[in-house]
Design a protein around this ligand. Structure first.
Ligand SMILES: C[S@@+](CC[C@H](N)C(=O)[O-])C[C@H]1O[C@@H](n2cnc3c(N)ncnc32)[C@H](O)[C@@H]1O
Length: 309
């Protein structure tokens, strides 16, 4: 087994202090560049996913070097505890909860629960410079990571994506609350740290109600309201314009499957993006994202006045 499979893509694994390890660009990447592709595991629930991953000897070996999430949820009579005791396929019973926890805290939602060993090494950011795109065939857990930062990613910069794009659109305290309860960590990303230092957490109002993204099957015009709600959050004057663009580009990549049901003003561009995605060209898709942003930066947009520019 290749011990450092990320190196082939120009990525370096580094110790990043409070966030643990993370993947850093070993060279410059352009906006729209596909960082790498990976095929992993997908299941309908974290429990099924853990069982599937742990059933494969190769995957078990890949799991062993990953970060172990907080194990507290395995203490006491939680569902996780019951599940881990009932499943227990491992020869060493004490080892199973630990491996289960590793799968659980290194997996993410992308049309189901997904586990990809390299992807599991990227840290989260509320101002991501990359996003994950699903590649066809859609039944397989086959993904690519694409640079969404308009300025690209310079060598030495950490590559980060959002573990939950819904999080990007709520204020600091609420973001941290969600990440803490779903992922078990206090977010130390650059955006959270800047906002913390600026004291934004203290004078935060209640966050606006943020409807959940609907799944592909459930897509309907409710997403227009959802999209508008998100734009209102993005107009928050505390967020610099360049950062808002970056956050939005990650969201755009994540929301591409919902096209063309999003805001009518963006219908045309979303339709184009959707077509490009359908044609399985994530690179072209991301170039379109980049073009969209440079145009947006030049002209502004009724939905997105560049007030903080
Ligand atoms: C999927 S792993 C990412 C790789 C991990 N840093 C490692 O050393 O293996 C997720 C874990 O990384 C840490 N992490 C990721 N993003 C973070 C962030 N923005 N702030 C603080 N910790 C973070 C948390 O401990 C989280 O549970």
């Amino acid at each position: 087994m290749d011990l450092e499979p990320w190196a082939a893509y120009g990525l370096e694994l580094q110790d990043l202090g409070p966030k643990g390890r993370g993947l850093v660009a070993g060279k410059d990447f352009r906006c729209g560049e596909v960082l790498f592709r990976e095929k992993g595991f997908r299941a309908k629930s974290p429990e099924h996913l853990a069982l599937e991953v742990l059933a494969s000897a190769e995957a078990r070996a890949q799991v062993s070097h990953l970060h172990t999430g907080p194990l507290c949820h395995l203490e006491g009579e939680t569902d996780d505890e019951k599940f881990s005791r009932a499943a227990m396929p491992e020869p060493c019973p004490t080892e199973f909860p630990r491996k289960y926890s590793k799968v659980r805290f290194n997996s993410f939602e992308l049309n189901g629960c997904c586990f990809l060993p390299i992807m599991a090494l990227f840290n989260h950011s509320c101002a991501p410079n990359a996003a994950i795109t699903q590649l066809p065939p859609h039944e397989e857990c086959h993904t690519a990571m694409v640079v969404v930062a308009e300025q690209g990613i310079a060598r030495g910069t950490e590559i980060v994506y959002s573990y939950n794009s819904d999080c990007l659109f709520v204020p600091l305290r609420e973001r941290r609350k969600r990440l803490l309860s779903n992922w078990g960590f206090l977010c130390k990303c650059s955006r959270c740290q800047v906002e913390e230092e600026a004291g934004l957490e203290d004078d935060e109002e209640e966050p606006p109600e943020m409807p959940q993204l609907l799944s592909w099957e459930e897509v309907d015009l409710k997403n227009v309201n959802l999209f508008q709600a998100r734009h209102e959050v993005l107009h928050h004057p505390g967020i610099p314009f360049s950062e808002r663009k970056q956050i939005f580009s990650a969201q755009l990549a994540a929301a591409v499957q919902l096209a063309p049901y999003l805001h009518p003003s963006l219908g045309t561009i979303y339709e184009e993006l959707h077509d490009l995605c359908e044609a399985s060209k994530p690179h072209t898709h991301a170039e379109k994202v980049a073009k969209f942003f440079s145009e947006l930066g030049e002209t502004g947009n009724a939905l997105w006045p560049p007030t903080g520019k």
